[in-house]
Each structure stands twice: as structure tokens, then as C-alpha cells.
Unconditional design. Structure first.
Length: 332
């Protein structure tokens, strides 16, 4: 692994006092299968299938001596959402763990976390108000939750019958999590141009006794309750729409997608070998036609950021387009 390592001030390296060195170690392991087979072949009909299936596990074995000594690991990005730490998978999600809504007060709650000397985290057994200060101080290393899929693959099938053809390709990924930053914005009323979700009207706390997924809707997540949950004369910030990640917006990214589908027809061309036109193929195709997923965002097929090793859906990102094409291919 290529990591920044600290160097003495006497080295003359300005600003960061660090240089990139190949000093980290990581282990990747898994299985991969590929198949390509002719299932059926008759005079006028042919059926072929192909596919691949891969599993992937990884583990960080070592970082820099200083990082391994303190156990702090690397916490990339601003705000921090992930941690790279010896003994963990690469890019493990690291944030406050949501514990629901106080049914009497309507404020968000989180699990209190203790960080041990070796940098590992554990629950204390207490559930506390999710103020901005508390969310920052009680980040939890969420076990087994990373941006990197544990399973990936795809398969294709192609049928030919006389001059007709049909092909399709499916792909899938499973075992990973996506941070839905867009959803966090949609659920946080703020001044500006942001659009809000209709769930603010249906799934938020309204009155004592309500058992809801989301807390009471207030401007800027500012409540009249202090860090202990007691009534306060001044507003206290309970997170923000962009600087306080918590697991409420961390979602499973599993998906199964019909990536492409094409129907075609080879138009018979009459004439001898001296004819200029040798063949005509007419086709209708579509991409990103159908997706099965429980991810609430626009598109679960999210790019992993190279710098932070995270998959985050932001407000200004466009999902992959659904495209239909009609074409003609001529052979001369």
C-alpha cells in the first residue's frame, strides 16, 4: 500500500512533513469463476451462455509504524466516514451509530461508544442524544461494513434462430454498503436550494409516543434539548446535512441489474458475390433497463472514491441513464 509517512523537519519537506512510501501491507483473497458454453445447437437454432462470479475479501495487515503504534488508523475525507486500520477490511465505515428516535422528545439518539487504547471501538451499553458533539465523539467502527462488494459477477445469454437474434447481459454486486448523502440532505430542512423528501411529512416524529424512523422535523436539526436530553432555553445542534455522518443513511448496496438487452434481425440480401451490399443487420437495444435493489437512492452502481475508499451518493451526481437505441448495420 502506498501511504504518506512522516519525515523529520530537517528533511526540508514543507507543509505536510511527509512523503509517499510503499510501506503498507494488505491481503486480498477470493475465488473467481468463468463460464462460456454452447447449450444447444440445431440447424436453425443456437443458444450460448456465459458468465463470471467472483468473491473478494481483504484485510489491512500493516500501515506505518506510527499509525500501528497508536491504533488511530487513517481517517480519510472531510467529514470522516471511513477508517483504514490494521486488522480491518479496507475502507471500513466509521461513524456514529443511529439508535432511533426518543419517543417522548422526538430527538435523534445514538449509541455511546468507548474507544480503547488500540483504537478499537465498542458500545458502552448507553443510548445518548445525538448532538453534533456526541456524533463526532462516538464514532463506531461498524463491523464488516465496507464500500467494497464481497460478491460481484454477471452473466449473458444469446439466442439465434434463423435470421433473428436476442442477447442480454445481467450484472450484480452484494455484500457492501453505500452512504446515501443525498438522502441525508433531503431529510434536513435548511435554507438554500435543497429539495426535501416527502417522507418528512409521513415518517417523522410528531407527538409524544410516536415510534418513527426519523426524528422531529426542525430547521437545521436544532432542538431545545441539551446533550443530556434535558429541556434547554437555547437550541442545540443535532448534526447537520453534510458534516455529521451517521448510520441512519448507510444502506446495503446489493443489486441485480439487466444491464443490456438487444433484439436483432439479419435482413436477407439477394444477389451474387458481385453485389456491393453484403448484409444488413437491424437491431433494437436498451441499457440499464431493470434493477432489483433495496437501496433507496437513484442508482446502486456507485463508483468507489480512490482517495477515501468510499461509495457516497452526493446531491449533484447523476445516475446512469436508461438508453434505448434503434440501429442499422450494413456490410459492404
Amino acid at each position: 500500500m502506498l501511504l504518506k509517512a512522516a519525515v523529520p523537519l530537517s528533511s526540508g519537506i514543507q507543509e505536510s512533513n511527509s512523503i509517499w512510501q510503499n510501506i503498507g501491507d494488505m491481503k486480498n483473497y477470493g475465488l473467481e469463476f468463468d463460464i462460456d458454453a454452447l447449450i444447444l445447437s440445431r440447424r436453425d437454432f443456437e443458444w450460448r451462455v456465459g458468465g463470471n462470479f467472483a468473491t473478494n475479501r481483504n484485510k489491512v495487515l500493516a500501515l506505518t509504524p506510527e499509525l500501528d503504534r497508536t491504533g488511530a488508523g487513517i481517517q480519510p475525507g472531510d467529514p470522516v466516514r471511513e477508517i483504514i486500520k490494521t486488522g480491518l477490511p479496507l475502507g471500513n465505515w466509521y461513524m456514529a451509530e443511529y439508535a432511533g428516535v426518543d419517543t417522548q422528545k422526538g430527538i435523534p439518539l445514538i449509541y455511546e461508544v468507548q474507544t480503547l487504547e488500540d483504537g478499537t471501538t465498542r458500545h458502552t451499553g448507553r443510548i445518548i442524544p445525538g448532538t453534533t458533539t456526541a456524533q463526532t465523539a462516538n464514532r463506531m467502527i461498524l463491523p464488516g461494513k465496507t464500500s467494497i462488494p464481497k460478491i460481484t459477477g454477471g452473466f449473458n445469454t444469446k439466442h439465434n434462430y434463423k435470421d433473428f437474434s436476442m442477447s442480454m447481459f445481467w450484472n450484480f454486486a452484494a455484500g457492501h454498503y453505500i452512504y446515501n448523502r443525498l438522502r441525508q440532505s433531503l431529510m434536513t430542512p435548511n435554507t438554500g436550494l435543497l429539495t426535501l423528501s416527502k417522507e418528512i411529512l409521513t415518517d417523522t416524529w410528531r407527538k409524544p409516543g410516536d415510534n418513527t424512523k426519523y426524528p422531529m422535523t426542525v430547521y437545521g436539526n436544532s432542538y431545545y434539548f441539551d446533550g443530556e436530553g434535558n429541556p434547554s432555553d437555547v437550541q442545540v445542534q443535532y448534526g447537520s446535512e453534510n458534516q455529521t455522518p451517521n448510520s441512519l443513511y448507510l444502506e446495503k448496496g446489493d443489486y441485480f441489474r439487466l444491464k443490456s438487452l438487444q433484439f436483432g434481425y439479419n435482413v436477407p440480401v439477394k444477389g451474387g458475390s458481385g453485389k456491393t451490399l453484403k448484409g444488413v443487420y437491424v437491431y433494437l437495444s436498451g441499457t440499464n433497463l431493470l434493477t432489483f435493489t433495496k437501496f433507496s437512492g437513484y442508482d446502486p452502481e456507485v463508483t468507489i472514491n480512490d482517495g477515501s475508499i468510499s461509495s457516497v451518493v452526493f446531491a449533484l451526481e447523476m445516475p446512469q441513464s436508461r438508453v434505448f437505441s434503434l440501429g442499422i448495420s450494413a456490410k459492404f
